[in-house]
Write a protein that binds this ligand. Structure first.
Ligand code: CBF
Length: 833
């Protein structure tokens, strides 16, 4: 600390929050940050100036929060995730600061509409899958509940592709989300760590003792980029630290001095490639050297950062678990534990046993995978090449672990083969989930059904060995983003009917809506709010696709990654069946049809041909149906391109019905169902993942469930495989019209073959009759508005459990053993900073 800085106060820059001050800061940023004239600022410029003004208000809180944690010596959690699917930040920051009214008024005075400026922001391209969105919700909850936490990840330059649809086909374009800059991040050139790769290991004698030394071949620098994560209505503001790759200077200089400038520039871009793109979670990235390097890059920088901060406490390294706990979001960051082990042994000179105890006490692991075949593994050949010293340590861990297995199950070769961290044949791999279970003190699943499958099907032997390690913590989502920000109409209504706004911090309060669910005036206002949201979505559909849809129709939504197990294909097959059925109806019969708009959105991994073919089919079907004058508003099909967080924020509040129809036993959780339920959308689902718990909370009669239960899946699969399952004629009829070319000349043969000849692994043909039946029940229910509205209110009333605040409280109490540390507000500048 430079003491002479202490007495300098910053009166003109104190981030006041009244309307006049906001206006001044906005203009200040227009002039001095953007270097623009006041009279010449477009919407994007105004967004940037506004974002800077908001950031000013976060920065003081953010720094103070860190100082507060440090001064109080609190134990902190480090949340490690390869993805953070944050979406936009501006509205979230303003709402969490409780300043939306003031900002709105200030912008109005200056001639802007706040909501229009929200629209300027690009979604952060830092995630793709459910676990990435979960990480973002968890950051919000940890901040809101004042838990001392840090998020760690990677700052990818390109997000998980921009999706365009041309002639029904998905095209992937780079998503350069940083194009207009990122006002939320602070580059920390003072926080930089070297990360090493490749090279060789040699056994050497140090002080008369054998010591394994690693001579790496490549060195790349990890530079920190920090993003403040504001809690809702608390002064506490957390940090999300993302690492970006840079070449090390020495590396450049060598070649530069030898006159080879162009190669040195080549190496620069080579180094930067590490954090250039995000790998999709659902296509196979196994064997991709760059992905392994990304993982190690993230965890090595993080571990070095954790150790640097720990050292400031001046405590012994054996006390590390008393101040730090590390939560791994899936097995992707598992090398963090090995990196810590390496540093403790090789750099700090601690014994293996002592070091191993430290990592076991510090680390915990959340598994998001259901099928064993999808568990992460890395080829040993690659690991030995990229991280030779870490591979030695993994062998050593495995050696000790297998001794424990042998002790528990003497002479049981099967157990040793199954449980080993190393898969020996047909090729040699490191099984990352096995490694994670061995080195962590706790491992949890993400719903009750998923955790049960982990205990009985995925890791049964590990469960027998260490039953106390296995926990179940059901995921949750943040009600701030998914209700308060995305659905203002309904949020205001809830506050009015509950007579308190505090449901946003205690979602269990929603249950009181159940008591009032029959009240006519609530029902009326509720459906009006839904209608307004449907109009907004209808406007978006018209703007994006030039298609008019009627908000009077039932909005039926399925938005998620496109994947065979999620069964968008079942949905579109049913749509075709519905279409052909309507076409064969008399005018009289048609009057009884419930008009529907079936809305899809989702990306398919670029190399996942069948998923891309499903997108093609949905789009081709939409062209035929939407242009059929004979059908009119009775049925419309919409595929909204480029599914992302900000699009979900428009779609979810407008859904009457949402579909979560994965084959039972394939979806670990499926958190989107929670968002839909909170927003009063009725659930149509299979008894899988979160639907099992949602239907318990909402009431089985208020959700529409159907299909094969998880325990019947294996026998039905084998019946299908052996041709013993009689296929429904309506299902076969749909396949025939696709085959005949009624929905375009695209080659759908591989898609159709995936459902025929015993190949129907995901049981679409098996579940089709029940699906048709449940759809009929939905049509009937929608025709009775008070019944439908009641179900809708009860969906929201029953979703209190699914707040990520509840999940985080469970993590904090059951795994991390940390307590909230709430800083009440700023403390005078000279006293502390
Ligand atoms: O637990 C969060 C989500 O994670 C996944 O998306 C994943 O990335 N493995 C699962 O597929 C989801 O079921 C789950 O909701």
């Amino acid at each position: 600390m430079h003491h002479w800085l202490r007495h300098i106060s910053l009166p003109s820059y104190s981030p006041d929050t009244d309307v006049k001050s906001i206006e001044k800061f906005f203009v200040h940023h227009v002039e001095y940050t953007l270097a623009r004239y006041r009279g010449n600022i477009n919407q994007m410029g105004a967004y940037r100036a506004l974002a800077m003004s908001v950031r000013d208000r976060l920065i003081e809180r953010w720094k103070d929060t860190q100082l507060y944690f440090k001064k109080n010596g609190v134990k902190r959690v480090a949340y490690l995730s390869m993805e953070y699917l944050i979406g936009r930040s501006l509205q979230n920051a303003i709402v969490n600061l409780g300043l939306e009214e003031n900002f709105s008024a200030a912008m109005k005075n200056l001639g802007y509409v706040l909501e229009d400026l929200y629209e300027q922001e690009a979604d952060a391209g830092l995630g793709y899958s459910g676990l990435g969105r979960l990480a973002a919700c968890f950051m919000d909850s940890m901040a809101t509940m004042d838990y001392p936490a840090w998020g760690y990840g990677l700052r990818y330059k390109y997000g998980m592709f921009y999706q365009k649809i041309k002639n029904g086909c998905q095209f992937e374009y780079p998503d350069y989300w940083l194009e207009n800059g990122n006002p939320w991040e602070v580059e920390r050139l003072d926080i930089m760590y070297p990360i090493h790769f490749y090279g060789t290991c040699k056994m050497e004698m140090v002080d008369g003792k054998p010591h394994m030394a690693w001579y790496p071949q490549q060195k790349i620098l990890a530079v920190a980029y920090d993003t403040p994560i504001p809690g809702y209505l608390t002064y506490n503001t957390l940090n999300l630290r993302l690492w970006s790759a840079q070449p090390s200077k020495e590396f450049d200089l060598d070649q530069f001095n030898s006159g080879d400038l162009y190669s040195s520039l080549g190496d620069r871009s080579h180094a930067e490639r590490i954090t250039a793109v995000l790998y999709p979670n659902d296509s196979s990235f196994e064997g991709k050297e760059l992905r392994l390097k990304q993982q190690y890059f993230m965890v090595s920088a993080t571990v070095q950062d954790l150790l640097r901060r720990f050292r400031e406490s001046k405590r012994q390294l054996t006390d590390f678990p008393e101040l730090v706990c590390v939560q791994m979001n899936d097995s992707h960051p598992t090398l963090a534990a090995i990196e810590l082990l390496r540093i403790l042994i090789d750099v700090e000179g601690m014994s293996y046993d002592e070091s191993y105890k430290v990592i076991c006490k510090s680390f915990s692991f959340t598994n998001h995978v259901v099928a064993r075949s999808n568990l992460e593994k890395w080829s040993i050949e690659l690991m030995e090449k990229v991280l030779p010293r870490h591979m030695h340590l993994i062998y050593e861990i495995n050696h000790h672990f297998l001794q424990q297995v042998e002790k528990k199950w003497p002479n049981d070769q099967g157990k040793l083969t199954h449980m080993s961290i190393i898969e020996e044949s047909p090729e040699r791999y490191v099984r990352m989930a096995n490694l994670a279970i061995v080195i962590c003190h706790s491992v949890n699943g993400v719903t009750e059904i998923h955790s049960e499958m982990m205990r009985t099907e995925v890791f049964p032997d590990f469960f027998k060995l260490w039953p106390e390690r296995f926990l179940s913590i059901t995921n949750g989502v943040t009600p701030r983003r998914w209700m308060l920000e995305a659905n203002r109409e309904m949020s205001d209504l809830i506050t009015k009917w509950l007579r308190t706004p505090s449901w946003t911090l205690n979602l269990d309060l929603l249950s009181d809506l159940a008591r009032q669910s029959d009240v006519g005036s609530l029902q009326k206002q509720w459906s009006l709010a839904k209608h307004i949201n449907k109009e907004r979505l209808a406007g978006y559909i018209e703007k994006t696709l030039g298609l008019k849809v009627s908000p009077e129709s039932l909005f039926d939504v399925q938005i998620k990654r496109v994947h065979q197990y999620k069964r968008q294909l079942l949905n579109i097959i049913y749509v075709i069946h519905r279409y052909t059925t309507i076409k064969s109806m008399t005018i009289e019969e048609r009057r009884k049809v419930t008009p529907r708009v079936v809305i899809f959105a989702g990306k398919a991994a670029a190399n996942y041909a069948i998923a891309k073919s499903i997108i093609q089919l949905i789009n081709n079907v939409s062209v035929v149906i939407n242009n059929d004058k004979n059908i009119g508003d009775l049925l419309k099909v919409v595929f909204l391109p480029n599914y992302c967080v900000s699009l979900a924020e428009i779609i979810i509040p407008a859904a009457d019905l949402s579909q979560h129809i994965s084959t039972a036993g394939t979806e670990a959780c499926g958190t989107s169902a929670m968002k839909f339920a909170m927003n009063g959308s009725i659930i149509l689902g299979t008894m899988d993942g979160s639907i099992v718990e949602l239907s318990k909370e909402i009431g089985e009669t208020n959700v529409f469930t159907f299909g094969t239960r998880a325990y019947d899946v294996p026998s039905r699969r084998s019946a299908v495989r052996n041709g013993e399952w009689g296929v429904d004629s309506r299902f076969e009829a749909v396949l025939s019209v696709i085959e005949r070319g009624d929905f375009g000349s695209h080659d759908f043969a591989p898609l159709l073959n995936s459902l025929r000849y015993g190949n129907d692994y995901y049981l679409l043909s098996v579940d089709f009759p029940a699906y048709v039946e449940v759809q009929d029940n939905i049509d009937a229910a929608y025709k009775i508005p008070n019944l439908w509205n009641k179900k809708s209110i009860l969906s929201t009333a029953g979703s209190g459990k699914f707040s990520s605040d509840r999940s985080i409280k469970q993590y904090a109490n059951q795994i991390w053993k940390i307590k909230p540390a709430r800083r009440s507000g700023p403390i005078s500048v000279s006293a502390e900073r």
